[in-house]
Write a protein that binds this ligand. Sequence first.
Ligand code: OOG
Ligand code: MG
Length: 256
Amino acid sequence: MNAQYAGLAERLDKALLTKTAMPQITLAHPELPLAGAYEIQSLLVHRRLQRGERRIGMKMGLTSRAKMLQVGVNEMSWGRLTDAMLLEEGGVLARDAYIHPRLEPELAFLIGKPLSGKVTAAQALSAVDGVAPAMELVDSRYLDFKFTLNDVVADNSSAAGLVIGPWCSPTQDLSNLGVVLEVNGMVIETASTAAILGHPVRALVAAARLAAEAGETLHPGDIVMSGGLTAAHSISPGETVRATLQNLGFVSINVN
Ligand code: OOG
Ligand code: MG
């Protein structure tokens, strides 16, 4: 089974490197269990680490109803972040470097103390050094951006990039902050941080639990992405995309 998982991880990696979408792996492997999909993800990310990329944290996926509805998957997923995914705030993003990239507003957490296992919201928050307005770039390696939960998990939850705004104090009330997503100055999506499981800290609580289940820990300096607050926006050259989170500021990127 492991050789088969390694082969599937290699195919996903090739799709990423060649920017060529591939068929969903569950079409050929409908019996693939969720644990197997996470095993493929781990092998896929391991290939990136072997190329010299560095692990920088964890992304939560499908933590809001807007995201679940957009992709038709109703369960949370998680993925691994590497330094190669970091995009410059206010910088330029090449549309051509991806297959069918989408941007989505998220809340980023900066971990200050080791966090892993079953924790309360208060314990999770006390391990946080900062929170920032952020955007995630998702780019499914599957044709037409179509996948099941197990497909998207194997594909590292579509992780492709992240852009982080100013780090702010985590001591403020994060439960219901306004979120605005703009493209070239036009508002295309609005939300509240409550869209993430009722309170965005719950995404961090889940991240700590899921990290532990995978035998991992969130380390000081790690970034944890909350999951998209709104549906993601399919990007085109010439667009400036900006996400504003109430009290925290904004983050933007220019697409060319
Ligand atoms: C799946 C990954 C989900 C999020 O923030 O919900 C995700 C996708 O939309 O491609 O990153
Ligand atoms: Mg996301």
